[in-house]
Design a protein around this ligand. Structure first.
Ligand code: GLV
Length: 322
C-alpha cells in the first residue's frame, strides 16, 4: 500500500515501514506545508503524521483511500479523531514511551527556574561571576517544597515519582481521584483545583489539550497562585492563556514560568522573550534520541497493524472495529 510519512524519522523506523509498503516521505526537518500535505495524501492508504500537521475534514476529504492514521506523539489534539471515526479510519498515538523523557524535562524546568540555572550560565559567560558572596544568585529551594500536579496520567505520575526523591509534598488534581492505596503508593494527596493553586510552590501541567482544558490556566488561576510560585508547562501551550501569563509575570504576580510549549507555537506571545523570570524550551519534552526512536517504532507498529486491518495496539477510536 502507499504510505505518507510527514517528517524525517530514524532509518530503522523507515525500514520497518518500507518492508511492507511503498513510502513517500517528507524528508525535511521542517513541518510539511499544508498544500504539500493535501497533494501527497490524496492517493495514500497510510499516514504517519506529526503534531505539526492538522489532520481535519479537509485532509480526510482529500484522501478517500486512507485506512490508518498514526500520530507521532502521545497528544493528538492535532487530529480530528471524531471525523476519522465517522469515516471508519483508526487513529493511534504513542503512549508510554515518552513518559520518562517528559517527566525529566519537567524537572529540568523546575530546577532551572528555582535555581536560576539558565540565568546563572548566561551571566557567568558574560563575566559576572567576579566573586562568591553569600547573597549572590540566590534561587529558591526545591527540596521539601509543595508541587501541584494537574493531570495525574502517566506523565503526571512519573513527575510525582521524581518529586518524591526531592522530598516534596505532592498535591494533585485530576478528573478522577485515585484509590487511597494508589495515593499512598505514589505519595500524593488530592486537592481541589483552587486549593492546589493556592498551596503549591510549583504548579505543573500534565493534561491533554481538549475543549475542556483550553485556557485551564488563565488570569484568575494565575492570580490564585502564590506570588513565590512557579508555573511549569510541558503539556500543550493552549492549556495556558499566554497573554494572561505574560501580564501576571510582568506584574510579579508569580515568581516565574518554565515553558516547553506555547499557545501558538512556534510563535511566542510578544514580550515573552524579554522577561527575565522565564525559561523557554523549544517543545522538547520527548526530545531524546532514545525516546524519539521508540516513538517512531511505536507509530510504525500501529501504522502497520492498521494497514493489515488489525486493531492497532494504541488505537484511540477502537469503535471503528466494532
Ligand atoms: C509531544 O508533544 C507528544 O504529545 O508526544
Amino acid at each position: 500500500m502507499k504510505v505518507l510519512v510527514t517528517g524525517r524519522l530514524p532509518e530503522a523506523v523507515m525500514a520497518a515501514i518500507k518492508e511492507e509498503h511503498h513510502v513517500v516521505a517528507h524528508g525535511e526537518d521542517r513541518p510539511i506545508k499544508r498544500q504539500r500535505l493535501l497533494d501527497l495524501v490524496g492517493d495514500k492508504e497510510g499516514l504517519l503524521c506529526m503534531i505539526t500537521d492538522r489532520i481535519d475534514g479537509e485532509v480526510l476529504d482529500g484522501a478517500p483511500n486512507l485506512k490508518m492514521i498514526a500520530n507521532l506523539a502521545v497528544g493528538y489534539d492535532n487530529i480530528d479523531v471524531a471525523d476519522a471515526t465517522v469515516r471508519g479510519i483508526p487513529v493511534s498515538n504513542t503512549p508510554g514511551v515518552l513518559t520518562d523523557a517528559t517527566a525529566d524535562i519537567t524537572f529540568a524546568l523546575i530546577l532551572a527556574m528555582a535555581r536560576r540555572v539558565v540565568e546563572g550560565d548566561r551571566r557567568t559567560r558574560a563575566g559576572e561571576f567576579r566573586f562568591w558572596a553569600p547573597l549572590h544568585f540566590l534561587g529558591r529551594e526545591v527540596s521539601g517544597k509543595t508541587l501541584g500536579i494537574i493531570g495525574l496520567g502517566r506523565i503526571g505520575r512519573a513527575v510525582a515519582r521524581r518529586a518524591k526523591g526531592f522530598d516534596m509534598q505532592i498535591l494533585y488534581h485530576s478528573r478522577k481521584r485515585l484509590e487511597a492505596f494508589e495515593e499512598n503508593e505514589l505519595g500524593v494527596s488530592y486537592a481541589d483545583f483552587n486549593g492546589l493553586l493556592e498551596q503549591s510552590d510549583f504548579v505543573s501541567l500534565h493534561v491533554p489539550l481538549t475543549d475542556g482544558t483550553h485556557h485551564l490556566i488563565g488570569l484568575r488561576e494565575l492570580k490564585t497562585m502564590k506570588p513565590s510560585a512557579y508555573l511549569i508547562n510541558t503539556s500543550r501551550g493552549p492549556v495556558v492563556d499566554e497573554e494572561a501569563l505574560l501580564e501576571v509575570l510582568r506584574e510579579g504576580g508569580i515568581e516565574g514560568a518554565g515553558l516547553d510549549v506555547y499557545e501558538n507555537e512556534p510563535a511566542l506571545t510578544p514580550g515573552l522573550t524579554e522577561l527575565k523570570n522565564v525559561v523557554l524550551l523549544p517543545h522538547v519534552g520527548s526530545g531524546t534520541i532514545e525516546t524519539r526512536t521508540k516513538m517512531g517504532l511505536k507509530a510504525a507498529e500501529n501504522l502497520l497493524a492498521g494497514l493489515r486491518g488489525k486493531r492497532p495496539p494504541d488505537c484511540l477510536n477502537p469503535e471503528v472495529f466494532s
